[in-house]
Every structure is written in structure tokens, then in C-alpha cells.
Design a protein around this ligand. Sequence first.
Ligand code: 5AD
Ligand code: SF4
Length: 484
Amino acid sequence: MLESLTQKKHDETRQGEALAPALTEPTGFRKRFYIESYGCAMNFADSEVVASILNKEGFGATRDVEQADLIFVNTCSIREKAEQTVRKRLTEFRKLKKSKPGTLVGVLGCMAERLKSKFLEEEKLVDIVVGPDAYRSLPALVDEAESGQKAINVLLSRDETYADISPIRLNSNGISAFVSIMRGCNNMCSFCVVPFTRGRERSRDADSIIRECRELFENGYREVTLLGQNVDSYYYVPGDTKHTGGNVQAVTFAKLLEQVALVSPLLRVRFSTSHPKDITDEVLFTMARHENICNNIHLPVQSGSSRILQLMNRTYTREWYIKKIDRIREILPGCGISSDIITGFCSETEEEHQETLSIMEYAKYDYSYMFFYSERPGTLAQRRYKDDIPEDIKKRRLTEIVNRQNRLSLESNRNDLGKIFKVLIEGPSKKSDSDWMGRTSENKVMIFPKQHFNYSAGDYAYVKTLTCTQGTLLGEIVNDVVMA
Ligand code: 5AD
Ligand code: SF4
């Protein structure tokens, strides 16, 4: 389990989760589908779009794979291990299919896009292959597959954002939801397969985003996370100039953030992921102006060495990144900062590895997602550089990075002892029904006893931190609070 250490964005506990709406079983639907999701939050959000498209065609979601007429796996290609997990799962579905002929199996997402028709040849059990931009064609593909043909659509699009589709919230806690604001990525980091599997960057219509956030709020949600591979390059130019007298105002990410924050002061706003080169002062000042925009930035560094960053095509240096951290700390004191780190990239020396450890120390990350480099076919790095760091060295360096992060997380939590936080209650704690679980604005998990107070999920409580572990703050409700 060393390959990654995760918190919320790529939630290890959610990998392979079967998704279905919380309460309803699919009665009144003509067929049942089962959908399992892997990878990043974007994929989980896409599964909710898929569910909405299928619902309209008379398919209801079930969490019981044995009941399903259609089995979908929404897949991830980011590292080889993610693909292996899916392949293993598909062989399990092959057995199930044998015992229940007529069941159709579909592969969705990045792996479908990467392997295309190879999937139909290689994995005999797969009937449907659909890339991330082709979900609207799913019902037609299901019809095709039902008539015995192999059905595939892996066309990437320059404009598909699924803006008009209201996602069906699956496995939701009813409090926090992901809202996709853009798709694709133009960055071409040399290690990354995403530009090939998710295509060119495009931004979703701002009005449809704000409408979705407003509806979520009206339905009791109290937190939205705006999602994109690179949210800071969000840029939307409204197409319709009729109503603006030709005076079209482009919407930048900072403007969008502000508009979402204005939906209600009770609605918390988060976003992920930021590229260090694109996050602007305007975004930081917007965050500072609005109490409900959470004090938390996910700012993947990937490496602490300028030479490796250049090979990775990240377009910033170690010094530039450090200045960005300084700027965040200046404008947003106490801001939570987290990161993604890759260790053992092509030709990385021991000294360069030490530079990654030292930049972690400088940035004082609250948490990080940490990986060793996994070569991906077709990427710039695969074509240009040799994957020459032996696996045992990659693993040893990763262990050092994980250990360093563990210490930093603990130190960061210890720094919060005695402090009072405004916590959004997400629900009862997993371990005890007499405790609440919630998050601080900085995205730290807080567990605290319900006591005699009459709070519910979705309420805000002021909680004082009493103790902590590396991953959690433990506190108690304070009712007469004066916040600094
Ligand atoms: N190998 C290891 N980690 C990778 N990531 C992306 N591509 C690779 C790869 N080939 C990591 C990066 C990115 C996160 C989503 O996954 O850290 O930010
Ligand atoms: Fe991949 Fe880089 Fe785009 Fe992130 S910003 S999806 S790491 S290419």
C-alpha cells in the first residue's frame, strides 16, 4: 500500500466503490445497471453523469452486481497499478457473465480511451467501450451491444462538458458534492497520460455551474468542490451576445469562484486541482475576501528539483514554487496546503530526491498524495527518457517521502491544538454514533462528541481541538465562541 497515501481527492477507500443513490432501489426501471468507479474525483463525478444519462433511458442503478443487466467499470489509467486492478476486476465479471448470460459489461473512462478497440480484442468479456467524452452515446451503444455487436465510441471532443446534464448524486452524504467545471488538460506534463485520455481542455458554461451549485444548496448540500484537471485555467466566454448587447465578459476562475461563493454564505466552496503556474493573486485575494471559500489549496509540486521539474515539463522551478508558497502564506495566513509528489522519475539522483524532501519541509504540507513513477505508454517521458530508477530505489525513496509527510501532518495537527475551528458536520463518525465527523475550512477531519447539543449533518459547529493523531483532530464543541 505504499504506492499512494490519500485523503479526499483520490480517495483510496472509495476505489472500486459501487455507486447508487443512497436510498432508492431501482424499482420502476426497465433495467438495472451497476457502476464501479476507480481513480480521481473526476471519474466519480463522471459516473454521476453516466447514471443521469442511463436513468433517462429507463435504467436504474443498483449496488448489487448480481442483480445488474449492465455492469460498468469507470476506469483510471494514471498508473499501471490502477489498470491492473481493473483488469483483475474484469476477470471476476467474466465469471459472473458466464453464470448469467445476457449481462453486458462496459468499460468507461480513461482506460477505455487509451486502449480503444484493443479492449474488445484482448478482454473477451467486454461488450461496450466508451471514452470520457462519449457518454451521451451510451444508450445507443447499449442497444447495439444488446443486438450482439461490440459497441465502441472513444471519440474525444473539443467542446463536450455535459453542461446540461444534472448528475444523479450517487453514494452521497447529502452534504458535499463534486461539481465538474472543466474537462481535459493542455499541459502535457511529460509523465502524464491524462491529455491523451481526456483530450483538450474546455471550460463548462459558467451559468450551468452556478445553477448546479444553487440547486445543490437548495437540496441541503453545504459544500461544493469545483473539479478540473487544472481549475485555474478555467476560462469561459459566453457564446450568446444577444442579451449582453455584444459586450461579452469572459469568466475567469477567480470570477467563477466568487459567483459560486455568492450562492450562499452557508455553502462552502473548495476546488481541485491547481497548477502552480496558473494560480493567480486574483484567486488568492478572492479566497481571502470570502469566508466560505475554504482556506485550502491543493498545489501539486511533483518534485523539489528544478532539473527534474524541467524534464517533467512542469514549467516552473523550485524557486518559483517556493515563491508561490510564500505568496499564499502572505495573502492567506493559516491556509492548508497539500501536494502530489512523484518519486523516482527518470534519472532522479539522490540529491534531487533530497530536494523533494526539503521542499516538503519548506511548504509544510498538511497532506500529500505520493507515488512512485510509473511509465505510461505514449507519454512524452516514455518516448524521450529512460525509466532507469530501479524499483527498490523508487520504493525506498517513496518510503522516505511518506515518512516525512507523516511527520509533517502530525506537526501540522499538533499546531492546531487549543485552536477553535468552524466545522461543517458531514455525519456521524464511522467509529462511534455518539461522535460527529466534520471538516475544518483547511480540510482537516475533526471528530467530536455530540454531547447534549442539537446539531445535525450540514450544520456548522465551533469546535476546540483537544488532541490529535496524524490524520485527525479530536475536539469538543464550544458554544460561547469569540473567533479571532
Ligand atoms: N506515475 C506516477 N504518478 C503519476 N501521476 C500522474 N502520472 C503519473 C505517473 N505516470 C500523479 C501526479 C498527479 C497525480 C494525479 O498522479 O502526481 O498529480
Ligand atoms: Fe496530467 Fe499535468 Fe494535466 Fe495534471 S496538469 S492532468 S499532471 S498533464
